[in-house]
Design a protein around this ligand. Sequence first.
Ligand code: ADP
Ligand code: ZN
Length: 355
Amino acid sequence: MANLESAGTTIYFETSLAPLMEIIEQGKYSKVFVFTDGNTSEICLPVFRSLLADFSEFDLIETDPGEENKNIDFCIGIWKTLLDFEADRKCLMINLGGGVITDMGGFVASTYKRGIDFINIPTTLLSQVDASVGGKTGIDIDNIKNMVGTFTLPKAVFIESEFLKTLPERELLSGFAEMIKHGLIADAAYYQSLKTSDYRNLDPAAVFRSVEIKNQVVTEDPQEQNIRKILNFGHTIGHAVESYALNSRSKTLTHGEAIAIGMVCEAFLSHRYCNLSTEELADITAYFCSLYPAYTIEPASFDALLKLMQSDKKNEHGQILFSLLERIGHCEYNCKVTEKDILESLNYYNESYNK
Ligand code: ADP
Ligand code: ZN
């Protein structure tokens, strides 16, 4: 399978990590750290070790798993651990885990002593198709996602389907939502092909295509000034629903479940504002309802959700902006929507499982 070049970073696919040793040797690093969470050190580290049998000279830094730990307190702990290990600016950090590990590990690496090299080995489907491209690092503040972070590119990224074999079904489905999004915003034929595929047994070529789409968009607009905003389809409402669930400690949602909800709502808004056809709206709604569990966006939370949307990083001059579909495969950005219609879209989602 081919590699992808992304702004100077190579994304390697299905190489069994073979090029990694060479990168480490060429970098002449003073020390190598592998950063994991409790789960990935137990489940993914043995795979990593078996693929790189000759490589044992690294120190392990482990953190607690889960989005709730992607925060500044854990970063301070990791910075201090690096100091305890006497890590200098010539050391390398290998982030082995899902998005929490690659986002937070990238953030820690990009700021430690003003920046050390890091390599990402995303081990969840979500982090493979989403966090692997674009150089965004970040942590959450008060459960608002990625409020503090940098644009810093990893030295390399490795995508290996081997790691997905141990991933729980719910996590696979979470990443699959981003793949569907890539089809919806940029490639109608890819969307159709996903509809006939099984997310539990994905073809690595489908993962490749998803990363390729994201890479094309990000390459065109690395700093998210314009076209990159289309990747936020489903995320204006999805992030608000996700943050609200995280804050209220009610039923928690995976990122994919939250943006699946967001994509149904924003498909409704696309129909209202961007001429998405009735048929395509119905198709998108039915597909998400067939894959993701029903959820109720409590009407009592609507005001709080609007407030969360107002704090979205994409907004300009206090106006909530959306990326919306003109049709499947084409997305517009900077769409202004009234609050009344946002609330209607939440109601549309709540009724969509009864259609
Ligand atoms: P993401 O944002 O990619 O969903 P997380 O880093 O929160 O990321 O990962 C989701 C969960 O899956 C975490 O509990 C993590 O420890 C676990 N995990 C990550 N990779 C694997 C894997 N390959 N197999 C099993 N569990 C994994
Ligand atoms: Zn996302």
